[in-house]
Design a protein around this ligand. Sequence first.
Ligand code: MLT
Ligand code: ZN
Length: 461
Amino acid sequence: MNPGLAVLQARLGSRFSTDPEHLRTWGCDWTRAFAPQPAAVVWPADTSEVADILALCSHHHLAVVPSGGRTGLAAAAVATNGEIVLSLDRLQHLGPVDLAGRTVTVGAGVANQALQDHLRPFGLWWPVDLASKGSAQIGGNLATNAGGLRVLRYGHARHWLLGVQAVTMAGEVLELGGPLVKDNSGYALAQLLAGSEGTLAVITQATLALAPLPGPTQTLLLACPSLAAVVETLTWLRGRPIVIDAFEVFSEFCLQHVARHTGQRRPLPTTAPWYALVEFEDPQSLEIDTILTGLLEGGAVSDGAVAVDRQHSARLWQWRERITESLQAFTPHKNDIAVPVAALPAFGADLLAWLDQQPHPHPLPVAVFGHVGDGNLHINTLRPAEWTTERFALACKSLDDDLFALVAAHRGSISAEHGIGLVKKPWLHLTRGPAELAVMRATKRAWDPQGLLNPGKIFDL
Ligand code: MLT
Ligand code: ZN
């Protein structure tokens, strides 16, 4: 046994565990493709304890996997190889809200929802709006550069980050940025940590930029005959004097799954291959019915519903927000690709043609949904009940080979929001060139020369 483990145990007492149940729970995220096998879990109380632990692990050559709310979908927080899982759960500090600068400084372990609750009395929010906000933590939101349902209007977590306190694997505490709104003095290292999936340093605290809470909004559910029509609808709406907060898409197949899962009545009297869920700020100069009429007359929309009140809007949102849980029983293989928005119609046509060609008699059921306003589609392949996990994994790997080649051909990304982690690592070279990957590896070595922090995630060294 590595002697470092006994030192950690002696130092942390009950905040060190090798209990198999703890190893299983804290050693993985929402992905289930890799078996968690950490050596121990530790729960540091503050930044200086994080620094002590990392220095000690470096000294004893123990690898470390940082762990937040464990809601990730790329296995970036899975410990498969005897690592120490470093949980940020106890870093719960919620700082005072700076109303003049519209900033707040919080601990990495604060849940996204707890932060929003802290900000609401001031009429502010941190506009990273995730379905998993009850569990997902701010440190993890930043480390994965989380997006969510309102990226179209607000951008990713990185856009709302002013500074971080972060600890390197050597145990050095870095203060990168802070409440300064403008700072052009050298590299933006805090922003580099956003999306680094815990491979460069452990974020322990963040200073976040805040936005005013959105005013009243309008919600529309639109039925569209094709993905091209969905993009046409987005283009048409972008030409109107409205501020679009969200523009989401899902297929009829997804709608049927949510209907079965929730027991909700279908939202429209007609059916269509695709549905767009649109939310925009209540337009003062334009009647909502005028917008819907314009859309129906244009032909890209075959049917539509306007939310009449907040409850109705919430019900319409359920059709999009509850897709993930409605697919869960089918152990979906998840993808979160993106292509430029303008390339979506061509990509969509290629995608559907490719799906049609899949071998029969077992064409794998595929659920397509996502954030069409960002060019980001979730392509979830469902496991037929009679298929073994191994057979399904093999089939998905071969499907991914084709899918990611198609994505690369449309100048897209193999991961728009979930990250690379372990899950997408084999395909990163398709959309990131050799020179770019060499710079990434050199960056990793500069921050973590021994390669002990979240090893094997994003790429191998
Ligand atoms: C979503 O957009 O619903 C999330 O990214 C989760 C998922 O991909 O299932
Ligand atoms: Zn998503």
